[in-house]
Design a protein around this ligand. Structure first.
Ligand SMILES: Cc1cc2nc3c(=O)[nH]c(=O)nc-3n(C[C@H](O)[C@H](O)[C@H](O)COP(=O)(O)O)c2cc1C
Length: 355
């Protein structure tokens, strides 16, 4: 998740349990241009294996060059391709979740990545949405195209681009995709608890699950998932004292990652409301925590929380993070009329992101 899954957050999650943790998405153009910020975003902790890197690109040549660079410079062990971004300024140019509609271009982009990754044995996976909207669904065809192009697994965020992050994900579509493909299908959308993950696998037959917003302010969800998939019933319901400990750890990892206390604490601020969701912690304390700029200040503030407060179980199963409303998908003129045009969309590179 862009803006979230940096080295620090991935390490915090890895400390909780099993899983494959994907880095923040980077654009292939920024990568080949060696944009310093982008190069920093594709950094991994020395202990992090596999190193999983997500790319976004709209031009097969740039994608090929980027994956060649990843392979030649040994930057990652796995490449995931993001075709799920619903941001209007991206889809308006034909990028993100609009792209699979142009099936020939989509095929060329995936094939370019696979061809560049193959000599090094680096697996390529594809993540996508259901389609542009309910009248323009692409996922089954796009899944087959990705499979034929050599993607080793396909992840489906079971919402359309028009839904953005609203409403509920259509898990039936995950079943349909599973039935249509031979490669593993990973289901994504509305996994808030480990029990949701088990239910998704049971109901759809998917081969694995992708966690999005469910881990915001709850990295221990991965411990629950590891337990659930190992058949164990234990689930973590940390009291506020334990949540505060995880918050401190998160902030300290961010400070270490940024190499600057203030920058690390500033990044940490956006996580505060997610960690405290449902707890009684007063509004003044929350506000102060969301403006924290040093670890000692954080310690003082965390010390004011009531450590004995039990986990707010009423928040279990509830959406977290972004839940924006649906909207019409902005597309380039004539985009829907010609599915087989394969001109590269100009200006569809991202500087915002999401999936
Ligand atoms: C803040 C934010 C950033 C995201 N960034 C990315 C991204 O960079 N790449 C991606 O594939 N998906 C991204 N997503 C989408 C999630 O990975 C996931 O597909 C989506 O939230 C649906 O799953 P959920 O309902 O479990 O949250 C992002 C979502 C959010 C909320």
């Amino acid at each position: 998740m862009a803006g979230i899954t940096n080295v620090a957050f991935r390490r915090l999650c890895r400390e909780q349990g099993a899983g494959l943790y994907v880095c923040e998405m980077v654009t292939t153009r920024a990568l080949v241009e060696r944009n310093p910020k982008t190069l920093r975003m594709v950094a991994f902790d020395p202990a992090e294996r596999p190193r999983s890197l997500q790319i976004y690109g709209v031009d097969p040549d740039t994608v090929r060059a980027a994956v060649r660079m990843i392979v030649d410079e040994n930057l990652a062990d796995h490449v995931d391709m993001n075709f799920g971004c619903p941001v209007p300024k991206v889809t308006r140019k034909g990028g993100g979740a609009a792209l699979p509609w142009r099936r020939r271009l989509f095929a060329r982009i995936v094939a370019a990545a696979v061809e560049a990754a193959r000599p090094a044995g680096v697996p390529v996976t594809v993540k996508m949405r259901l389609g542009i909207d309910t009248d323009h669904l692409t996922y089954v065809e796009a899944g087959r195209i990705a499979q034929d192009a050599g993607a080793v697994a396909v992840a489906l965020h079971a919402r359309t681009a028009a839904q953005r992050y609203s409403g509920t994900a259509d898990w039936d579509a995950i079943s349909a995709l599973k039935q249509a493909l031979d490669v593993p299908v990973l289901g994504n959308g509305d996994i808030w608890e480990a029990s949701d993950a088990l239910r998704m696998v049971a109901e759809t037959g998917c081969d694995g699950v992708v966690i999005g917003r469910g881990c915001l302010g709850r990295p221990w969800l991965f411990a629950d998932l590891a337990a659930a998939f190992a058949g164990r019933p234990d689930r973590l319901l940390p009291p506020l004292r334990e949540v505060a400990r995880v918050m401190r750890r998160h902030a300290e990892l961010l400070v270490e990652w940024y190499g600057d206390e203030r920058d690390g604490c500033t990044d940490f601020r956006k996580h505060v409301a997610w960690y405290l969701k449902g707890f009684r912690a007063g509004s003044e304390l929350r506000r102060a925590l969301a403006m924290v700029s040093s670890l000692s200040e954080l310690d003082d503030l965390l010390g004011k929380l009531d450590g004995d407060e039990p986990y707010p179980i009423e928040t279990l199963g509830q959406p977290r993070g972004r839940t924006n409303s649906p909207g019409r998908v902005a597309l380039p003129e004539g985009w829907l009329a010609d599915r087989d045009a394969d001109a590269v969309p100009a200006g569809a590179e991202l500087d915002d992101s999401g999936g």
